[in-house]
Design a protein around this ligand. Structure first.
Ligand SMILES: Nc1ncnc2c1ncn2[C@@H]1O[C@H](COP(=O)(O)OP(=O)(O)OP(=O)(O)O)[C@@H](O)[C@H]1O
Ligand SMILES: [Mg+2]
Length: 364
């Protein structure tokens, strides 16, 4: 029997036709008046589309324009030119009253949590609901629901000073979700947290994304954040998007120097000092060629060096290596040294087996 059109439920068109992105930036530029009369260009010609229900990571160095970008999305900044469309509305063109209303569908979380110290966890979460004019019973019920969602039911009457960083950010997340937004903006929300707490906050965001189909736009300067939670990534540098795409694709085959430098401290890309210190650009007599091999997806666990030895008679020295997971997919890196005379044959063999290669230099 053929599946009827309504196969996926009562809203078939939602699945069959790709939805309009929930957030769309069109040719956005932003210039600030500088102190010394010299204007500062924070963003230039940014085009960005965020599909509903996705998690998009934006990564960039300090001053790249990340906060400016995210503040444009909820109208805290106005673009100098271009359009910011959120859920069909041009945020930049809305009058103040309409903007206040639109902001209820855009939640935001911050690096330093921005909680009111004079209010308990529950009272902080209730705040946006009070502002929006909900009645007391509704607020109470919604706050309980949110406390449960972020795992803080037993901390409802604690003040921020009595909470850990991770707990404070959970309150921040609950508060951001109070008015049932469609989009959550995160500006370095885990930068003040230790790696383990970061992990638990990212897990919570992933859960919220999954359960509520909430779109998350998160900016960070931490590679691990993107790697662990985002599907799509945009790399921003000097106010421009320099690289963009699927996280696994971008991180395993970085095209731009900035992306490479972010990946520089990732496991498997760091060369041990005894190799790094002896690395030269030019080959010398009897030197070895140092090759980085990237194993993606199905090739991640291939015994390729054994085959290189057996089939080509080339013995490779392993200099460093690691297997990692990026966006839920295995990715291996191996750095090997092979005799200079066999380097071309080795590169060809590796490419034939679908592996990525990069010549890093030579060691005597
Ligand atoms: N209100 C402002 N007035 C003048 N210049 C500004 C203003 N806000 C940001 N800028 C400038 O715009 C550029 C981008 O700043 P932005 O805060 O967006 O960077 P960022 O990527 O968030 O950096 P960080 O990682 O340090 O938070 C910087 O050169 C900054 O000095
Ligand atoms: Mg910033």
């Amino acid at each position: 029997m053929n599946a009827p059109l309504g196969y996926f439920g009562d809203q078939p068109t939602q699945r069959l036709i790709p939805a309009e992105p929930i957030v769309r930036l069109e040719k956005i530029s932003k210039t600030f008046p500088g102190r010394d009369g010299q204007p500062v260009t924070a963003l230039q010609e940014i085009d960005l589309a965020v599909p509903q229900g996705s998690i998009l990571g934006v990564i960039g160095r300090s001053g790249a324009g990340k906060s400016t970008l995210i503040r444009l999305v909820n109208g805290l900044e106005k673009p100098s030119s271009g359009k910011v469309i959120v859920d069909g509305a041009n945020i930049a063109a809305l009058p103040e009253s309409a903007l206040r209303h639109a902001r209820r569908s855009i939640g935001m979380i911050f690096q330093h949590f921005n909680l009111l110290s004079s209010r308990t966890a529950a009272e902080n979460i209730a705040l946006p609901l009070e502002v929006a004019g909900y009645d007391k019973a509704e607020i109470r019920a919604r706050v309980e629901e949110l406390l449960a969602l972020v795992g803080l039911t037993d901390k409802r009457n604690r003040y921020p000073s009595e909470l850990s960083g991770g707990q404070k950010q959970r309150v921040g997340i609950a508060r951001a979700l109070a008015t049932k937004p469609k989009v959550l903006l995160s500006d370095e929300a885990t930068s003040a947290l230790d790696p383990e707490t970061t992990r638990s906050i990212l897990d919570l965001l992933a859960k919220i994304n999954d359960e509520l189909n909430l779109t998350i736009l998160l900016i960070t300067h931490e590679m691990a954040v993107i790697r662990n939670i985002a599907r799509e990534v945009a790399v921003i540098e000097g106010g421009r998007i320099v690289e963009q795409g699927d996280v696994f694709e971008v991180f395993t085959r970085p095209q731009h120097e900035v992306t490479r430098s972010f990946l520089g401290d990732e496991a498997g890309r760091v060369l041990p000092p005894y190799v790094q210190n002896r690395l030269t650009q030019e080959a010398t007599p009897n030197s070895q060629t140092v090759i980085r091999i990237g194993f993606r997806g199905p090739h991640a666990t291939d015994p390729v060096l054994a085959r290189l030895a057996r089939e080509q008679g080339i013995e490779a020295n392993i200099l460093s290596g690691a297997v990692d997971e990026i966006a839920g997919r295995p990715f291996g890196t191996l750095v090997v040294g092979v005799p200079e005379s066999a380097s071309l044959k080795t590169l060809e063999f590796l490419k034939q087996h679908g592996l990525d290669t990069e010549v890093l230099g030579h060691v005597a």
